[in-house]
Each structure stands twice: as structure tokens, then as C-alpha cells.
Design a protein around this ligand. Structure first.
Ligand code: NAP
Ligand code: HSE
Length: 430
């Protein structure tokens, strides 16, 4: 039997979904007893050239051709953004259509509302592709790992910034040069702010942390620092210290108190996350029974993302065949508190630009001492422009104490700038 699908969007992900659905339709029919058929494809411009061979009469610019078609049982949303994607998805759900989406922005902001409406209407909403592209991570967290209390999430979940930081490390390029190259190669968008300012990773962490810690995490709960401030100088110093700089997303649950952060971080070269380069993603998950797990793979791209989307479509087909929905319901059953002040002690890297005069170093050391932040490594470099550069790596220190050090350093007349502050990942720890 054929099951009809309405596809919203035919860009990078949508065209991959068309290609993979067609390539695998016989296998899917063998597996599920149902053959997926893409009946209509919603786009903005029906005359635009497409990356995939799609019959012209399938294309429409009228959403109602899909949302009001009673033959369509599954709507796949690959438009992106909040509106009109949200309105289309809610209308599809109210029309008793199952929904598959790759839209992390929408799930991070409105996921709970959408899932509640889906439950009321007896349909499923799946979103495996919203985090980590091809990497199966939502379903493992929601299903395979539910016997665990998940304590830690840590990973690289934005491919664009990982590509830029990898380029800066490999070539010594500045942030601006690496970004320009990423845009020329199509890795970064014309407006790269959502990626480089860390928002994309924060939205994905919001989704992952909500599921893993089984509580409602909001985007504003995540402390976010992007990579615009990462300089070639910091990349070079990190290398001298045996590390590379990565944008890490970190979520921790300590007895019901959460800390959530996206931040450029020095990662020792032999740490498993240090070798995740280019546009790849990787995520460590720690469960109290399972221990450490590492998920790794392509975090974006047409077919890799379609792999997750079509996997979700197959799950919808299985549910349709069995006449069930809501097998794995909402998992947000606890109320947990987010408290950035409870962030655990970690080593920190600080780069200071200071007056090159007697007594300056002693005054700086006193500030660290007063805040009980112990220095592990101190390197003084002679920089251009009549000032010296001091690089400090601390022993493990509470981020609130390091914040106090930074505040005091900024108030010191002989400190021209606290040019960089980044956490340092422990050796090989997850
Ligand atoms: P994209 O290439 O920009 O494609 C968007 C598609 O949606 C286009 O076909 C566009 O039509 C259509 N569209 C946009 N606004 C529309 C509107 N108002 N009405 C009708 N159609 C509209 O985007 P994408 O890269 O495929 O990303 C799609 C979603 O997947 C996003 O939520 C993104 O975050 C997520 N995602 C993407 C990747 C990736 O590798 N790209 C990976 C994981 C998740 P036209 O073609 O006519 O302009
Ligand atoms: N902009 C995202 C990234 C695409 O760079 O990882 C996949 O969500």
C-alpha cells in the first residue's frame, strides 16, 4: 500500500529527502509493508532550478495543497525557521498528519507546544535530524538510554564553527579569513551569525538537555559565547599548550541542578574531541549505568540529514502499519533548576595584555591569589606596541572565582586588556 507524504521545502535537506526516499522506497516497502510516495512538494518558487530531479507538477507554492489533502498522512518539514513552519506543522497535526521535521530552531523554541498538540491529536512528531544531522542521538537519548540517569552531555554540535576553528588551527588563518573560506565553500551561510555566535549550538543543546535530563530547558538557560572573539593568537598559544580550540556545548545534571554552556574551549590534542575536524559533529553522553558513550558523524549535508529524516518517516510508517501513535511520549517529567553559579571547577586559559613595567606581574599574581585561583602555567610573551602579553593557565577553579579575577584584572590600570578567557578541558576526560 502507498502512503503519501507532503514535503515542505526542497532545499539542501528537502532534495536529499526526495532522493533517498525514492532510492529506498522498495526496501522501505519490504520492511514496513508500506511504500512512501512523495505526493507534493511546497516551495517558494516553483520555477527555480532544483538540485534533485523533481517532476514539475509535484511542486506547489500553496501550503493548502499539502495541508488540506486528506490522502497525505505524513508531512515532512524542511523549510526552517519559526514561521511559517510552525503554523504549517500545527495545521498538519490538527489535520491528523504525522510530522517529521529537521527544524532545531522551532523544536528548541516551541517543541513542547508542538508535542502537546500532537499528543492531543494522536499523531507523532519526530525530529532526529534537528541535532547532529546524520547522527542518531535524539532516539538513543529518548529510548535506548532511559534506564540511565544522564549526568553529562559534552560535544561539538555545530559543523560551521568546527570547520572555521579547524581551518584556523591548520593554516593559522584569522577568524575572518576562515569564515570567508567557509562561506565560499558553502559551509557557512551568507549571514553566519546564528552559527558563529553559538546560537545554533545553544538551540541544539536546549533540545538535547531537555531530553537527556528529562526537564524543560529553555534557550535562555544556556550561557552562550560564540567564536567571533577567537583570534589566531589564541589558536597559536593553545597549540603551544598542546591543545586546540573547539566550540563545546556542555550540559551537566548534578542532583537536579543543571549547568548549560556553549563556549570556545581549549581541548588537549589527545582528547577524543580534539580530532573531530571540519564539519563533523561529536557528542559524549554519560549515563550512570552506561558510562561514557560517544556519538560521531556528519552533522549536516543533504543526504546525511536526509538519512535521519527518512529514518523518522520509516518510524511513522511502522506506527501507521500498527495503528499506534505516541509510543514514546513526552519525557519532560521533572522540574530541575538551572544555576550557572554551580558550574564545576575547571582550568582556565587567560590572555592578558599588560604594561611592560616592574611590579605589574606581582600585582596580577596577587589578584589571582586573593580570589584563591591557583596558577598552573604562566608564560610572558613580548608583544608588539609596547606592551607584554601574559598567558595564564589556572588549576581547576570555579568559574565564579575566575569571573572575579577577570573583573579585578580589568580594573587594574596596568592591565590594558583581558584579551581572552576560555575553559580548558581536562586531559582525555569526558
Ligand atoms: P534551504 O536549503 O534554505 O531550503 C529551504 C526550502 O524551504 C527551500 O526549498 C525553500 O523554497 C523552502 N521555503 C522557505 N520558506 C518557504 C515558505 N515561506 N514557503 C514555502 N517554502 C519555503 O534549507 P535547508 O538547509 O534544507 O534546511 C532546512 C531545515 O533543516 C532547517 O530547519 C535547518 O536548520 C535544518 N537542517 C539543515 C541541515 C543542513 O545540512 N542544511 C542539517 C540539519 C538540519 P525555495 O527553494 O523555492 O526557495
Ligand atoms: N548550521 C548547522 C551547522 C547545520 O553548522 O552545524 C546543521 O544543523
Amino acid at each position: 500500500m502507498d502512503v503519501y507524504i507532503g514535503l515542505l521545502g526542497c532545499g539542501t535537506v528537502g532534495s536529499g529527502v526526495i532522493e533517498l526516499t525514492r532510492r529506498r522506497s522498495a526496501k522501505i516497502a519490504d520492511l514496513t509493508g508500506l511504500r512512501p510516495v512523495i505526493k507534493r512538494v511546497l516551495v517558494r518558487d516553483v520555477h527555480k532550478a532544483r538540485d534533485v530531479a523533481v517532476e514539475h507538477d509535484l511542486l506547489t507554492d500553496r501550503a493548502e495543497d499539502i495541508l488540506h489533502d486528506d490522502e497525505i498522512s505524513i508531512v515532512v518539514e524542511t523549510i526552517g525557521g519559526i514561521e511559517p513552519a510552525k503554523t504549517f506543522i500545527l495545521e498538519a497535526i490538527r489535520g491528523r498528519k504525522h510530522v517529521v521535521t529537521a527544524n532545531k530552531d522551532l523544536i528548541a523554541l516551541c517543541g513542547q507546544e508542538i508535542l502537546e498538540v500532537a499528543e492531543q491529536n494522536g499523531v507523532d512528531v519526530y525530529y532526529e535530524a534537528a541535532v547532529g544531522g546524520a547522527i542518531p542521538v535524539i532516539r538513543p537519548l529518548k529510548e535506548c538510554l532511559t534506564a540511565n540517569n544522564i549526568t553529562d552531555l559534552k560535544g561539538i554540535i555545530n559543523g560551521t564553527t568546527n570547520y572555521i576553528l579547524s581551518k584556523m588551527t591548520e593554516t593559522g588563518a584569522s577568524f575572518e579569513e576562515a569564515l570567508r573560506e567557509a562561506q565560499e565553500l558553502g559551509y557557512a551561510e551568507a549571514d553566519p551569525s546564528s552559527d558563529v555566535d553559538g546560537l545554533d549550538a545553544a538551540r541544539k543543546l536546549t533540545i538535547l538537555a531537555s531530553i537527556a535530563f528529562q526537564t524543560r530547558v529553555r534557550l535562555e538557560d544556556v550561557r552562550v559565547t560564540g567564536i567571533r572573539g577567537v583570534t589566531a593568537t589564541d589558536v597559536a598559544y593553545a597549540q603551544e599548550l598542546g591543545a586546540v580550540i573547539k566550540l563545546l556545548a556542555v550540559g551537566k545534571d548534578r542532583d537536579g541542578i543543571l549547568t548549560l554552556e556553549v563556549r570556545p574551549t581549549l581541548v588537549p590534542k589527545h582528547h577524543p574531541l580534539a580530532s573531530v575536524s571540519g564539519s563533523f559533529n561529536a557528542l559524549f553522553v554519560t549515563g550512570d549505568a552506561a558510562g561514557d558513550l560517544l556519538f560521531f558523524g556528519r552533522g549536516a549535508g543533504s543526504l546525511p540529514t536526509a538519512s535521519s529524516v527518512v529514518g523518522d518517516v520509516i518510524d511513522c510508517l511502522r506506527n501507521i502499519k500498527l495503528g499506534v501513535s505516541g509510543r514514546v511520549g513526552e519525557v519532560l517529567m521533572f522540574r530541575k533548576r538551572v544555576d550557572p553559579a554551580k558550574a564545576e571547577p575547571v582550568s582556565h586559559y587567560l590572555r592578558l595584555q599588560v604594561e611592560d613595567q616592574p611590579g605589574v606581574f606581582a600585582r596580577i599574581a596577587a589578584i589571582f591569589g586573593d580570589a584563591a585561583v591557583s596558577m598552573e602555567t604562566v608564560v610572558q610573551k613580548r608583544a608588539r606596541g609596547g606592551h607584554a602579553e601574559i598567558v595564564v593557565v589556572t588549576h581547576k577553579a570555579a568559574p565564579v572565582d575566575v569571573d572575579r579575577v577577570v573583573e579585578a584584572l580589568r580594573a587594574l590600570p596596568s592591565v590594558r586588556a583581558v584579551a581572552a578567557v576560555m575553559p580548558v578541558e581536562s586531559n582525555g576526560d569526558t
